[in-house]
Design a protein around this ligand. Structure first.
Ligand SMILES: [Fe+2]
Length: 308
């Protein structure tokens, strides 16, 4: 039913500052109106992130791509919401609803794909002690933003994560890859995937954690590889942006991540090398501790990372 995550929408006061930040972060402006900027990555999605102009900065919502017109009709009936034309680049249809916290959840189908943009280099093949994968000299990277390929996930914060987990699993067919808490029924966090049987899918496209607000904790974009994250980190630091946490190798989901703050104070993540799972991987229950979040990192997780 849900194929994957489509795009995230945030509201910002200063669109010019947001434009500059996300270009430095590695996104590309695909389309612009006086009140909206549509950012894309290098993949074939026409946009991954929409910045809307507004007085009060906020996470507006997240959209998911639905696999068929029939699925969209099923979801339209389920939520009692009409199928509307999507008046954005690439067109398509959408059903708009709200999760139990009041976040806007959009379900989209038929958005026209665009030609992918070639990234500047292939991923670096690493030499290991047992295997030579890269022969000759180490490549010299271009200095600049970490090229974003795709939107990977949104992590939401909620005062009632159990209700959000139940809503996403029952209404949208999500499956918790990893739960955090003492018991499944009392989970305070979940990383959820959209399963497709034997096919391997992202460990999570949506996640939720206990938090004081009903907003988003961060939005995550995939880069080429670890070196892109490192070069991107150096570039963002050179521009004076504020780092949040990273580099870190996560325990749950397996990815290597680096977190920054955008000009409105929202966290954004560069990621690479995340897990892919299929239906042979059941839900795991994990304790709520540092080890569940981090295997190694170049800095200790700051205390404010767990606040929204
Ligand atoms: Fe993340």
């Amino acid at each position: 039913m849900i194929r994957s995550i489509s795009h995230a929408t945030y509201r910002h006061r200063d669109l010019a500052a947001v434009r500059t930040f996300f270009e430095d972060f590695g996104l590309i402006v695909a389309h612009e109106t006086p009140d909206r900027i549509f950012f894309r990555g290098c993949n074939d999605a026409p946009y991954l992130y929409i910045a809307e102009r507004g007085e009060e900065p906020a996470f507006v919502g997240v959209a998911f791509e639905v696999d068929s017109e029939e699925s969209l009709q099923v979801l339209s009936a389920r939520f009692g919401a009409p199928i509307e034309d999507l008046d954005y680049p690439g067109g398509g249809k959408r059903v708009a609803t709200m999760d139990p916290d009041g976040r806007r959840i959009e379900l989209v189908h038929g958005v026209a794909r665009v030609a992918p943009i070639a990234v500047s280099r292939p991923a670096v093949a690493w030499n290991s002690a047992g295997e030579r994968r890269r022969l000759g000299r180490f490549p010299i990277f271009d200095v600049g933003p970490a090229e974003v390929i795709a939107l990977k996930h949104v992590v939401m914060s909620s005062p009632n994560p159990a209700a959000i987990i139940e809503w996403f699993t029952e209404k949208l067919g999500a499956f918790p890859s990893d739960l955090i808490g003492e018991a499944k029924e009392k989970a305070i966090g979940a990383f959820m995937r959209f399963p497709r049987g034997a096919e391997y899918v992202d460990h999570h496209n949506i996640a939720v954690f206990m938090g004081p607000t009903n907003g988003a904790h961060h939005v995550c974009f995939e880069t080429i590889d670890l070196d892109a994250i490192g070069m991107g980190r150096q570039y963002l630091a050179s521009k004076g942006y504020k780092a949040s946490w990273g580099l870190v190798r996560h325990s749950l989901g397996g990815a290597v991540s680096d977190y920054w703050y955008d000009p409105s104070g929202f966290r954004v993540e560069h990621v690479t090398d995340g897990d892919f799972l299929n239906d042979t991987y059941p839900t795991r229950l994990n304790p709520h501790n540092q080890e569940s979040l981090e295997q190694w990192g170049t800095m200790v997780m700051p205390e404010d990372f767990l606040r929204s």
